[in-house]
Design a binder for this molecule. Structure first.
Ligand code: C2E
Ligand code: MG
Ligand code: MG
Ligand code: MG
Length: 292
């Protein structure tokens, strides 16, 4: 029939797009199922104060413990989730899970600060702040001052004014705001001027080669200078060796995070790491990157 013919023609002209859509839908269904089956897990990576080596807190980083594929990193599934109906539910799961872990550690006698990555849609209306507010209200044991929201600098925040309002409201609730991956976006300076930020995270792409590459070195130095002018503390990401840590400290960088201190670890390893680190703040020698 003509109808069948039309359908065949459609497939003939655009098979790729169709398959792409089917694929994505299947992937999203799998992710939705994974969320229900609690296959997602948060890993935690320490953030260190460079002046004295003390522990500032941990950044929560999502992983997917896939029944067949094993541990899947966020770079592989967050792009699929982006702009889908799952983005907000997954973000809410991260928030709840991070706070749950904070409470587990608190019950074990350790008050641990946690940084949580949040994606752009959470800042486009007030529902995330509403959710946060009611969650904190019903969990008075949680100290909001121990929570930092990491906002991706490179995410095109379509509506910076609205994002500022939402972030300012989160700050009113007692949370801190970090500008993540600073320097990688197209509007770094605009964000710096517009968004209410408490801390700036220099992207690891600048830090990695800063000891060999004069341009990267200049960028890192300039970002630290800029942040100081705005009275914002700075954290360098991707600090893989103590040489990097030393150089950053000399440049006036406040905090660091990276394999040089520790790789992201399961929640069950956090207390042990924190206690060991307190006993011996310079003893990160378990990581081979340091002795190199
Ligand atoms: P990010 O927030 O900038 O996190 C830093 C990334 O760098 C993490 O990758 C971390 O494992 C990695 N990293 C840390 N230290 C080093 C180092 O010394 N060298 C190198 N080469 N890499 C290092 P990961 O865990 O794969 O996360 C990638 C990105 O995915 C994150 O970048 C963040 O943007 C996003 N992400 C992770 N978890 C979440 C989450 O729960 N929610 C949202 N919305 N995004 C998340
Ligand atoms: Mg981050
Ligand atoms: Mg980052
Ligand atoms: Mg990043």
């Amino acid at each position: 029939s003509a109808k069948e013919k039309g359908r065949n023609q459609y497939h003939f002209f655009d098979p790729g797009l169709d398959e792409h859509r089917r694929n994505r839908r299947a992937q999203l269904m799998e992710i939705s199922r994974a969320l229900e089956n609690q296959e997602f897990e948060l890993f935690f990576q320490p953030q260190i104060r460079l002046a004295d080596g003390r522990l500032l807190g941990f950044e929560a980083l999502i992983r997917w413990r896939h029944p067949q594929k094993g541990l899947v990193s966020p770079g592989e599934f967050l792009p699929i989730v982006e702009n889908s109906h799952l983005e907000v539910p997954l973000g809410q799961w991260v928030l709840k899970e991070a706070i749950h872990q904070m409470n587990v550690w608190k019950e074990a006698g350790e008050d641990m600060a946690v940084s949580i990555n949040i994606s752009a849609p959470h800042l486009m209306d007030h529902s995330f702040a509403d959710y946060l507010e009611s969650y904190l209200y019903s969990h008075p044991e949680v100290n909001p001052g121990q929570i930092t929201l990491e906002v991706l600098e490179s995410t095109a925040l379509e509506d910076t004014k609205q994002a500022s309002n939402v972030l300012a409201r989160c700050q009113t609730l007692g949370l801190r705001v970090a500008l993540d991956d600073f320097g990688t976006g197209f509007s770094s300076l605009t964000y710096l001027r517009t968004l209410p930020v408490d801390i700036i995270k220099i992207d690891q792409s600048f830090v990695r080669n800063m000891l060999e590459d004069a341009s990267d070195h200049a960028i890192v130095e300039s970002v630290i200078f800029l942040a100081q002018r705005f009275s914002h503390p700075v954290l360098a990401e991707g600090v893989e060796t103590m040489e990097h840590a030393r150089a950053l400290r000399q440049m006036g960088c406040n905090f660091a995070q990276g394999y040089g201190f520790a790789r992201p670890m399961p929640a069950t390893a956090v207390l042990g790491w924190a206690r060991q680190h307190r006993r011996d703040p310079s003893g990160n020698a378990s990581d081979p990157a340091l002795s190199a």
